[in-house]
Design a binder for this molecule. Structure first.
Ligand code: ZN
Ligand code: ZN
Length: 304
């Protein structure tokens, strides 16, 4: 599948944001160049997928208020032919970003093309990657489970985003106070500060859903001891920050959009702060959510 700016509104916003990034921070041009196609492929695929309604659209309110994400109790399936389309466009785009895992990506694509993957619905219910199916796939392919989970999460991402769109907006009466996503249960990739009252919202690293969250808590361990929460930023770009938690040693990048001329496309907001990922990781912190861009820096794996 190829993308076309005419048919994909998100693609246009992504391209504009990356152009602005190249202009504002020339050092990030190489990163923007290598990731642009991956972001465009995900956005274009998402728009080509029909709205995906779960089999049972009744939200389990009692579980939800206890902190159980919606998809944990709902069954959804990504149509197989569309899943193959997704693999066919996302895997080559990944090969450009991660030449170090080129062989693994090739094996994965071959596996999907040969119809050995029966369903991808499990990804939405079990993003943590403990799924039996992922383990079996890893064994068949002779690859690490972590790596398979990482590849699957990207190939499934357009579907996760589409499911999330199908389920939102959530009824306002549903209160969610957790640092992980109320739709799919994944950790957030970026925190936004928005509006005249400076409300904080978190953006899910898998399905792209955004939800409100307290400014005084670490999303990952719910630590509220302010002496253990630290903001880290460069003086000339103080609207971009890494929020560090001394308690769990995790961090999240954060963007204060209140004085910005225009908001960046949410898909690429975190990529523009990769210089903060590098600094936070050098200080010994790990990203709360593994994403395509921060995985390069993450010292605890050897994907590339
Ligand atoms: Zn999510
Ligand atoms: Zn924490």
């Amino acid at each position: 599948m190829t993308h076309s700016d005419d048919s994909c509104a998100s693609c246009k916003a992504i391209t504009e944001s990356l152009n602005r990034l190249r202009k504002d921070i020339p050092n990030l041009k190489v990163i923007a160049d290598s990731f642009e196609n991956l972001f465009l492929q995900i956005a274009a695929l998402k728009e080509s997928i029909p709205l995906i309604q779960p089999h049972d659209s009744e939200i389990d309110v009692a579980s939800f208020v206890q902190g159980v994400p919606i998809l944990k109790n709902l069954e959804v399936d990504a149509p197989r032919d569309l899943f193959l389309d997704s693999a066919n466009s996302i895997i080559p785009a990944m090969q450009k970003c991660f030449p170090g895992i080129g062989d693994a990506l090739e094996k994965f694509l071959d596996y999907v093309r040969n119809k050995r993957l029966i369903s991808s619905g499990f990804m939405f219910q079990d993003q943590a990657g403990s799924s039996k199916m992922l383990d079996e796939m890893a064994k068949d392919l002779g690859l690490q489970s972590d790596l398979i989970t990482f590849i699957m999460s990207l190939v499934s991402k357009p579907f996760a985003e589409r499911i999330s769109e199908s389920l939102t907006p959530l009824p306002e009466s549903l209160i969610w106070k957790k640092g992980y996503c109320p739709i799919c249960g994944s950790w957030p990739e970026v925190s936004f500060i928005r509006g005249h009252d400076g409300k904080r919202s978190l953006r899910c690293s898998f399905c792209g859903h955004e939800w409100g969250f307290s400014r005084l808590l670490c999303p990952f361990c719910e630590n509220d001891d302010q002496t253990k929460l630290e903001l880290f930023y460069s003086e000339d770009r103080s609207f971009e920050r890494a929020e560090l938690c001394q308690e769990c040693k995790k961090y999240i990048v954060s963007l204060d959009t209140r004085n910005m001329a225009s908001d960046p496309a949410p898909e690429v907001a975190a990529l523009g702060m990769i210089y903060l990922d590098v600094l936070a990781q050098e200080k010994g912190f790990t990203p709360g959510a593994i994403c395509t861009w921060n995985v390069i820096q993450a010292p605890r794996n050897d994907f590339s």
